[in-house]
Design a binder for this molecule. Structure first.
Ligand code: CO8
Length: 373
């Protein structure tokens, strides 16, 4: 029987941070400018004035205090309200490749694995910079990895779905070592003019090295006891950007070509789905919530995580049991649960069990149960 182990993780954090106060100030200036521009229509009752955002609301509703982004200046410019990133020529590394290689090198170093010993590279994230060639193949070349690579997208659950895919490739004997990277540039598909969602996302990239335990040398390793995935179609989180926009003559800059959600509905529908997934997954492994030392959950909303952890554990989780990183990073889509794992896996003893769990658009949710070796 092939045991699959996680032997290294890595994290790339962009240099720019925007706290709630700065984000709200730029948003409110934009609102004031828009309301002044349409003052006559508003006075005639033909148009509703836009409302201000507030830092207090953001922190109370979500737990988010700040976020990292690739470009703060463009987002904070009330005349622009979106990041400004340099266009890359075909002979330059793509932006996601740069993020991915930074996180991957750290993960490889932690795993004590040489890049050329990687036989599978999966780039898994919510949005890909281009249609083809696959970013994963570019990352494979940039690192000097062997084997093959491919991209996959399951929105927020991209990382856990990729961990299962990589673990299966190792368990079946196709490869001995795999690298999963999650370069999330959420700021590029967030509508910074939408009061309901302008605060939700941040940018980051995570990387995970998985190995057949027979070839692993890292002292600290986490055996994958099992993975379980679930999807259930929903339009409550949607983004209509796609390659058909050009030929269906729809406006490529329309707001439905960005992230749109019904936040309250998502909250209500996703929490029970995730708690059930984790509980049933644990039961299938003859485990229960009381066996879990850690829950590294998707990082979208603090209250969602508290609720899910409470349902699975049967009691209020402590900060160490269900670590929160969304206060600093906001929602980094698929990278979130892996950032939580990367920053908060120290202190576990041999035999301790934890779960990495993602959830989001699709709906999709993934559970990866691991044991410290
Ligand atoms: N400032 C002040 N007031 C506000 C603001 C604001 N910024 N925004 C809304 N309000 C007001 C509303 O207008 C409303 O007022 P009223 O009661 O008068 O109508 C009131 O505040 C309450 O609004 P909500 O009901 O919307 O507030 P909630 O308590 O539901 O909180 C949240 C909103 C925080 C969005 C919450 O619903 C939530 O977090 N839901 C779950 C979200 C979630 O998990 N989504 C999954 C995200 S998908 C994903 O993670 C990956 C997708 C793919 C990546 C995409 C990358 C871009």
């Amino acid at each position: 029987m092939t045991n699959v182990v996680i032997t290294g993780t890595g994290l790339y954090t962009p240099e720019h941070a925007i706290d709630n106060a700065a984000l709200v100030s730029a948003f409110n200036t934009w609102v004031d400018n828009e309301n002044a521009r349409f003052a006559e229509e508003i006075a005639r009752g033909e148009r509703e004035p836009l409302a201000h955002s507030s830092s207090e609301f953001i922190e109370k509703a979500s737990g988010i205090k700040s976020r990292y982004v690739l470009d703060a200046a463009g987002i904070l410019d009330p005349e622009r309200m979106r990041p400004q990133l340099p266009a890359r020529q075909n002979d330059e590394p793509s932006i996601q490749c740069v993020m991915a290689t930074a996180a991957a090198r750290q993960a490889l170093e932690n795993a004590q694995v040489a890049p050329e010993d990687i036989e599978l590279v999966i780039v898994a994230c919510s949005n890909l910079e281009r249609a083809y060639p696959a970013v994963a193949v570019e990352v494979q070349q940039a690192l000097g990895a062997g084997g093959y690579g491919f991209d996959m997208n399951v929105a927020c659950s991209s990382a856990t779905f990729a961990l299962e895919t990589a673990a299966n490739a190792i368990a079946s004997g196709s490869v001995k070592r795999a690298l999963v990277v999650n370069p999330e540039i959420c700021s590029a598909h967030l509508n910074f003019q939408d009061r309901d969602s302008h605060f939700i996302f941040g940018d980051a990239c995570t990387a995970v090295v998985l190995e057949n335990s027979a070839v692993a040398v890292a002292r600290e390793r986490f055996e994958i006891l099992g993975t379980r995935l679930v999807t259930q179609f929903s339009n409550a989180i949607r983004n209509n950007a796609g390659f058909l926009n050009r030929v269906t003559d729809s406006d490529p800059l329309a707001i439905d070509k960005l992230f749109v959600q019904e936040g309250r509905r998502v909250f209500k529908e996703v929490c029970p789905l995730v708690a059930k997934l984790i509980s049933e997954h644990l039961a299938s492994l003859e485990l229960s919530g009381s066996d879990l030392k850690k829950m590294w959950l998707h990082q979208a909303n603090r209250h969602m995580n508290d609720l899910i952890a409470r349902k699975v554990l049967g009691f209020e989780p402590s900060e160490t049991q269900a670590p929160i990183i969304l206060d600093r990073y906001a929602n980094t889509s698929s990278a979130g649960s892996i950032i939580a794992f990367h920053l908060h896996h120290d202190g576990l003893e041999e035999g301790d069990i934890g779960v990495i769990c993602s959830f989001g658009a699709g709906y999709s949710a993934g559970s990866v149960v691991v044991r410290r070796q």
